[in-house]
Structures are given as C-alpha cells and as structure tokens.
Design a protein around this ligand. Structure first.
Ligand SMILES: [Zn+2]
Length: 319
C-alpha cells in the first residue's frame, strides 16, 4: 500500500513525516507550533502540501494528525485540547476542505501506542496496554488487534485511573489519579521528599542546592549513576505504576504492557519495581497466564508513524 503522511502537533513543535507501510520514515519536517489556531492550521496545510508535492506524480497521500486532547470516535472533531485554543474544533473537515484528501485526527497517545503495536514493542501480540510516562501519564489500549477509543472517543485516558481515593489533586479536576503518582512530575516530587528526609537523599539535596531546584534531567542522571536516593524515588514510582497495571490487567487482560516517555529511558530499573508491585496486586495470581513488561522502541517517532498508519487503516476500512 501507499505511503501516508503523519503529523504530530506537540506543545512546542509540529513534527511531520511521510511514512511507508512498514513504518519507515521516508522524509520529515518540523516547525514550531504557532500559538494562534488559524496559523497552526496554515502550518499543517503547508506541511501536507510540501509532502504531497515531493511524491511521485503528485500522489494525494492520506493524512493522519495526532494531537493532545479529547477527539471524537469518528477521528474528526477535537472536543478539547489542553495546549491549543480548540473547543469542538472540526479539524478534519477543515483540513480535508483545504487539502482535498483523506484526513483523520487521533489523540497523540493513541497514535504513539498504535505505532508501538504495529512496528515496535507490541508487534507480536494482539492485546497491549501502553503507558507513556512523560510530564503526565498518557495511555493507549489495543484490544483484539484494534485501537480502543471508547464510545465517544475519549477512552483510554489511563493517566486518570484512580489509584488513591481522596489522593493528590489532579489537573483533570479529580483526586488520586495515577498521573499524580506515576508521572515525571510525580518522580520529581518523590525525589524532593527524599532529599528533604536526609539519609539516602543527601546527594539529591546537594544537587538541588547547586541547581536551585531539582530538574528531571538531574534525577535521571542520578538514577543512571546508581544514587540510592534517586533509585528509591524511581522504585516508588514503579510501585504505583505496577499497582495501576494490575487494575488494568483485571479489565483488559493484555499480553504485554509497554512503557514509553522520558522516564522509561531508565529501562529495567523502572520495569523491575513495576513487575514486583504488579504481581503483588494481580487478582487471582497463578490461575491464568501473565503479561510481560517492556520499554517502548520507537521513542521520538512514534507519534508521526502511528498517525500515518491510522490514516492508512482508515482508508483500507473505508474503500
Ligand atoms: Zn486526573
């Protein structure tokens, strides 16, 4: 099948690529994300035009767009986006009218999860859960070889699975979501608490004093150095993620959990406490097959590769 275009609209940059049907990037572009929604639309239209012009015989490649936010099940309207002033934005309709080809719009975490399922860490299973551990916690579910979107399109918001009733307040308006216990921001909070307590937190406290405050990169470097305080923070984080994974397994029974995002670069150091806590909390342990836990493989390109493939899937199912 033909190449497709994937475009990932992030908070600071728009990444775009022409991707072939094996998930390989043929060409790519990136531009800063304009603040103004109309300028943003213009930038996406210009990128689509430039990719199509570069194709042999001016082929009208299908386009998949990934963006953070709630997007309807028809892959068409953005109900709400946290970083862009969109409310019930008919983005697909607008882009199709301006570019004259098929466009689909999907949530960015769904696109990244789909890319892992098709071409990365999830390619050998039919059922997969992906948790993206960045500043927040993103989620994607593949069930029976299909991306799970929910009835209205706003499903798989796994970051807002409640792990602590009445717990820490979350940006979503609720309390105790896994995003507050299993994200990069949570790791920083835990590292600061360990620094405050002294003991194994001495090095964290010293670095915090030198740098003014702890940055994610400081904690990441100390984890790589084997600092006991930073490793203790990562173990706490892994504990919560393992517990959340056990609840997800009770509902979804995936063969594999995939962890992506910046914090997942800790690799086995993150997976080990996740597995330990998962098996401590798994319902009916020992009476059914158990999933495995791996790190995502596609890292930076997952959004564009997944978005392009979702466009390809849409065309295949509607032609
Ligand atoms: Zn929440």
């Amino acid at each position: 099948m033909a190449n497709a275009i994937g475009i990932d609209i992030g908070g600071t940059k728009i990444a775009g690529a022409v991707v072939d049907d094996l998930g390989v990037i043929v060409r790519s572009e990136r531009v800063p994300t304009p603040k103004d929604p109309l300028e943003l639309e213009d930038a996406v239209v210009a990128m689509i035009g430039s990719f199509r012009a570069a194709e042999a015989a001016g082929a009208t490649l299908a386009v998949g767009v990934a963006a953070a936010g709630f997007i309807d099940a028809a892959q068409s309207t953005v109900y709400y986006a946290p970083n862009i002033a969109w409310r019930n934005e008919p983005f697909r309709e607008k882009l199709e009218a301006r570019t004259g080809g098929t466009v689909v719009v999907d949530n960015d975490a769904n696109a990244a999860g789909w890319a892992e399922f098709r071409f990365g860490a999830g390619r050998l299973v039919s059922d997969m859960v992906m948790l993206t551990i960045g500043t927040g916690v993103g989620g994607a579910i593949v069930s029976g070889d299909r991306l799970f979107r929910g009835g209205f399109g706003a499903g798989a918001e796994l970051g807002h699975l409640r792990v602590v009733p009445g717990g820490i307040a979350c940006g979503c308006g609720q309390h105790g979501c896994i995003e507050q216990y299993g994200s990069g921001r949570a790791l920083l909070r835990m590292a600061n608490e360990i620094a405050d307590a002294g003991g194994i937190g001495q090095t964290l406290a010293r670095v915090r004093k030198e740098r003014g405050r702890l940055h994610g990169s400081d904690v990441g470097a100390l984890i790589q150095d084997g600092d006991p305080g930073a490793l203790a923070a990562l173990r706490q984080l892994g504990h919560w993620l393992g517990e959340a994974s056990a609840s997800l397994a009770a509902v979804l029974d995936p063969q594999r959990f995939v962890f992506g995002g910046g914090v997942a670069s800790a690799g086995e150091l993150l997976l080990e406490p996740i597995r330990e806590s998962f098996f401590d909390h798994l319902p009916a342990r020992g009476f059914h097959p158990e999933p495995d836990f791996v790190i995502a493989e596609l890292v930076n390109d997952a959004g564009v590769v997944g978005a392009a493939d979702l466009a390809r899937v849409w065309v295949a199912e509607h032609s």
